[in-house]
Design a protein around this ligand. Structure first.
Ligand SMILES: Cc1cc2nc3c(=O)[nH]c(=O)nc-3n(C[C@H](O)[C@H](O)[C@H](O)COP(=O)(O)OP(=O)(O)OC[C@H]3O[C@@H](n4cnc5c(N)ncnc54)[C@H](O)[C@@H]3O)c2cc1C
Length: 436
């Protein structure tokens, strides 16, 4: 591929033709490009952000919880080797209810690998920095000759017409491309979705997510902590150790996702490191020793969005272009990558039968496959956030009893665990770790 040479090749022809055109080369769009190109489908990906910028530490401060099913997809697509060394395994998950300045509720929920039905050495999932995921995706994409990444570039317009004629896309610089299927992987504000007139259900949460890396004295032993506070969940997720310190070992690090009332966030971001560390300590306690922020802090306003349809004539929506959920369970990217696995499988199977990738039946199958799973996770994460983000005494008691009850019921616990690991439902081949 090679970004420069791609642009040159695309310029060669006035109306180049491709089987699938993906608008948006973020984590979801680029993974879809890799899946399709790896199965022999001709793909063009358009991305406005230069890859060097998208993989820079200053671009995105988030880490992602990668569910086990997602890790299998990454491995099946040859992406995982590029990120495995920087992926911290999640060995245990501890969920507790608390208040600022007081110890976490003792009625906590604990998830460990030993509680799964099947014996396994595999972790429950992994935590990986988004910039590491992006770098691994770009490295894999550049090894696939069938994938053409055109960047920086975006669509000026796409005429999807009607009937058997392919879609015709015009790029911002006037180049034209014909494609059997156009995929919107442009994130929440997808212009293609808007141009197709697909309505969305959406609301803003009165919360923002404060995100940064936190250095701590004690090792995390692979434990992911989710501590529910009145303003929202406060999560510390295990990362690989940082650079060596003068005491010998590497700095112990976790990734913070702190959901806070939106109005309070600017003041928290403006604190100096010492005062910010003290706020973290008040909320988390001292089980990991002294906490201090390491590097820059980010904040992300939180919202929910669901597109009424995922498909239109020669158009499919994937990832955040189709659905945005609360990060309470770290599932947004995982859902987007399950969309990728389902759409890639549907398109590749159709192609083997001689069908066009934009065929209406192919797209209807994709939509039917993904809407239920996405809707369930959306309702569950929204409900969890509403149940836990408040300080009502009866609700506190009810949820503490609920957590304790789930903790004592192994089958129910296993059910929740397998959902969070992305291993429930009609799983696409890639999520099972199989080639397309
Ligand atoms: C605080 C926080 C924590 C999170 N933690 C987790 C987690 O632990 N696990 C998890 O699974 N999910 C998590 N998520 C959700 C996850 O980050 C998103 O679901 C995921 O990034 C969506 O990827 P995407 O590629 O669909 O969209 P985006 O990341 O929004 O990417 C869209 C891409 O399209 C490009 N683009 C934009 N406009 C255009 C255009 N007009 N033409 C072409 N390209 C365009 C953009 O440059 C970008 O590259 C979290 C979210 C938040 C806010």
């Amino acid at each position: 591929m090679g970004q420069g040479s791609v642009s040159d090749r695309a310029r060669d022809s006035d109306k180049a033709t491709t089987e699938v055109l993906i608008s948006g080369g973020g984590m979801v769009g680029l993974t879809l490009g890799i899946a399709l190109a790896g199965a022999g489908v001709a793909v063009v990906v358009l991305e406005p952000t230069d890859p060097a910028m998208a993989t820079d530490a200053a671009f995105d401060g988030r880490s992602s919880a990668i569910a086990r099913g997602t890790q299998r997809l990454m491995a099946a697509l040859g992406i995982w080797p590029g990120m495995a060394a920087a992926a911290a395994p999640i060995l245990d998950i501890r969920v507790s209810d608390g208040r600022i300045g007081s110890a976490a509720s003792r009625l906590f929920l604990h998830y460990g690998r030993d509680e799964l039905a099947e014996a396994t050495d595999e972790p429950l999932g992994y935590i990986v920095e988004n910039r590491v995921v992006r770098a691994a995706l770009h490295a894999r994409a550049s090894a696939l000759p069938g994938l053409r990444l055109i960047t920086p570039a975006r669509l000026a317009k796409a005429e999807r017409g009607a009937g058997a004629a392919p879609a015709e896309a015009v790029l911002g610089d006037g180049r034209c491309l014909r494609a059997g299927l156009v995929v919107a992987a442009e994130g929440r504000g997808s212009p293609l979705r808007a141009a197709a007139g697909i309505p969305v259900t959406t609301w803003d949460y009165p919360q923002s997510g404060i995100v940064c890396t936190v250095a701590h004295e004690a090792p995390h032993h692979g434990v992911a902590h989710e501590h529910f506070l009145p303003a929202g969940p406060f999560a510390l997720l295990p990362m690989t150790d940082g650079p060596m310190t003068n005491t010998g070992g590497g700095t112990h690090r976790s990734s913070l996702v702190w959901t806070e009332r939106r109005a309070l966030v600017p003041a928290m971001l403006a604190l100096d490191d010492e005062a910010f560390g003290a706020e973290l300590q008040r909320r988390f306690g001292d089980s990991l020793g002294a906490l201090r922020p390491a590097g820059r802090r980010w904040s992300y306003p939180l919202s929910l969005m669901h597109a009424e349809r995922y498909v239109a004539h020669r158009l499919a929506l994937v990832g955040d272009a189709a659905h945005v959920i609360h990060p309470i369970a770290g599932q947004g990217l995982n859902l987007g990558l399950r969309d990728v696995a389902a759409l890639a499988e549907t398109v590749v199977e159709a192609r083997r039968l001689g069908l066009d990738p934009g065929d209406a039946a192919v797209l209807a199958r994709y939509q039917q496959w993904r809407r239920f799973d996405n809707t369930v996770l959306m309702i569950a994460t929204d409900g969890l956030n509403r149940l836990f983000s408040n300080d009502s005494a009866p609700l506190r008691l009810a949820r503490d009893v609920g957590l304790a009850a789930v903790n004592r019921l192994p089958p129910l616990k296993r059910f929740f665990m397998r959902h969070a690991m992305g291993l429930v439902g009609d799983l696409p081949r890639l999520i099972r770790g199989q080639a397309l």
